[in-house]
Design a protein around this ligand. Sequence first.
Ligand SMILES: Cc1ncc(COP(=O)(O)O)c(C=O)c1O
Length: 423
Amino acid sequence: MSAQSQTAPASATTAGAAPDHLAHNYHPLPVTIATGEGAWVTDVDGRRYLDLLAGYSALNFGHRHPALVEAATEQLGRVTLTSRAFDHDLLHPFADRLTQLIGPLVRDGGPGATPMMVPMNTGAEAVETAIKVARKWGYEVKGVPAGQASIVVGHGNFHGRTTTIVSFSDDPDARDGYDPFTPGFRLVPYGDARAVSDAIDETTVAVLMEPIQGESGVVVPPDDYWPTLRRVCDERGVLLIADEIQSGLGRTGTTLACELWDVRPDLVTLGKALGGGVVPVSAVVGRSDVLGVLTPGTHGSTFGGNPLACAVGLAVVALLETGEHQARARDLGTHLHARLASLVDDGLLTGVRGVGLWAGIDLDPARGTGRDLCEALLARGVLAKDTHGSTIRLAPPLVVDRPDLDLGMAALRDALTQLAADR
Ligand SMILES: Cc1ncc(COP(=O)(O)O)c(C=O)c1O
């Protein structure tokens, strides 16, 4: 079950309780946050918590990073929305700076071509954009017969919540009750490049995968997976699309996770941290000959590329250009994984996966669920969230410092020791 999908128990509306006007599409931990700064938040009663979730990686730069708050505040005093009916003075600068940062990490579209970007808002919209563009490219450039485009995707994927995207999810919580679904997707086991190759035929326009599956529990594929996907896609004339919405922008110690394997996708989807935890900002970046299939009126969004989003996005790009956050993720990530490995050695965890400041950790189900562990952490002043079963994801803001990380790891050890003792 996906943690982002857990519904509140029916008892949330027990007779006699105050009416609850909020739909129950989440089951949050019992904490009400009032303020946040850096890696810390404070609840309405003044209690402080170390945030080891960082808004599912939307807060890679922490809460209210001064440079991001300054950029947003300054822009609030100028203009916030124009719609794409008119240009504004930050739209092209944002496109330029983002493609300068990401361009060298993706395919460019041939000699002399420079990468392009399409600005959107949420992660799901970026994924939808990539799917639409890949299909259009398939019909107009590759010559796929009308209505037959297929896209290969991985089991355990999480790419968002729209009707088309849940059409190729294999999480019953994400899908059940939302059919009829969008056709045109082929699910294959994640991490198995042979299965991808076998699923490709003349109708296939793209392979769409997360470089590392976040929501599934930070599942890292075999080292030869992405290089093999790149080779297979090249040989078969298929686009390789990396969904870097959660894995990208510093989390793994590199700007894109695909850099870990030296692979340049044709298109990359970005979101979450691109908005610095301030406003929703997403984008598709990649080959100009692919994104070039978009023509006026064929795709868009009222808020996509709005001035406030571009101001924050530019400030995010500036933070990433220094390489400082990527380096922090590498250095502190090594420390985090050493601490987590010691919990496995001591029999407190059954498994740990991940890279950089990103980890999926497995608890023995006999000792409790991921939710039990998150509640035990909450009681110790640490915020984390289960992904499914007895797995939780740790994704501290990249601005966390080593003493704070150690404090979080001490709380984790204490919580796990208590769960072990209680069974
Ligand atoms: C890999 C990936 N893609 C897409 C999304 C969807 O992003 P959003 O919730 O902003 O629509 C997520 C969100 O968790 C994600 O992890």
